[in-house]
Design a protein around this ligand. Structure first.
Ligand code: GAR
Length: 208
């Protein structure tokens, strides 16, 4: 059984997609052992509690400095003893120490086709605003392993989504979530849980 911890910051629709697909058996061999939010009072916490999953808030505002926040985050993650950490809309920079400690065991969902519209300053709705500003006709989502370079780790899965005439950032965000994020994130977790993928030369490959 792959033990996963899901890190969130807000609404938690990706968390919900994972919860639902673990519950209905389409994500196999996986147990969600904990949810951590950096923001108090968000819907993600409600979603976790409703599903009977231990959830807690580790907010930077409760600590004197960034280092103390990072220590608290790491020790809570360690308490859950996960095999995989899933960043599902976690809009906080991941401490380098955590990336080193969990090398190859952290994945992230990003709402664009990396390497477009990613890196510093590209998160949440902002990504869709930039895509509409640029006038792209296709966008999508990417699941990737997390490395120290922001949004630079090996790509596990991508799915393209059409941009339509009259889209607002909110409408486009919803379509990217429905058609791409809620599909490829649970699928990537299942692929890892079932040992179907490996990283070779910095690229994700299906095992023979
Ligand atoms: C999602 O669109 C996710 O891809 C994005 O935040 C949103 C969270 O929504 N993540 C990033 O932008 C990371 N750079 P959710 O809380 O409803 O899952």
């Amino acid at each position: 059984m792959l033990r996963i911890v899901v890190l969130v910051s807000g609404g938690g629709t990706n968390l919900q997609a994972i919860i639902d697909k673990v519950a209905d058996g389409s994500v196999e061999n996986t147990q969600i052992v904990g949810v951590i939010s950096n923001n108090p009072g968000v819907k993600s916490i409600e979603r976790a509690e409703k599903a009977g999953i231990p959830a807690c808030v580790i907010s930077p505002k409760s600590y004197g400095d960034r280092e103390q926040f990072h220590e608290a985050l790491l020790s809570q993650i360690e308490a859950y003893a996960p095999d995989l950490i899933v960043l599902a809309g976690f809009l906080v920079k991941i401490p380098a120490e955590m990336i080193r400690r969990y090398e190859g065991r952290i994945i992230n969902i990003h709402p664009s086709l990396i390497p477009s519209f990613c890196g510093v300053g590209y998160y949440g709705l902002k990504v869709h605003e930039k895509a509409l500003e640029r006038g792209v006709k296709l966008t999508g989502a990417t699941v990737h392993f997390v490395t120290e370079g922001m949004d630079e780790g090996p790509i596990i899965a991508q799915k393209a989504v059409e941009v339509l005439e009259g889209d607002t950032p909110e409408i486009l965000q919803r379509r990217v979530m429905e058609q791409a994020e809620w599909v490829i994130l649970p699928q990537a977790i299942c692929d890892i849980a079932c040992g179907r993928i490996e990283v070779r030369d910095g690229k994700v490959c299906r095992k023979a």
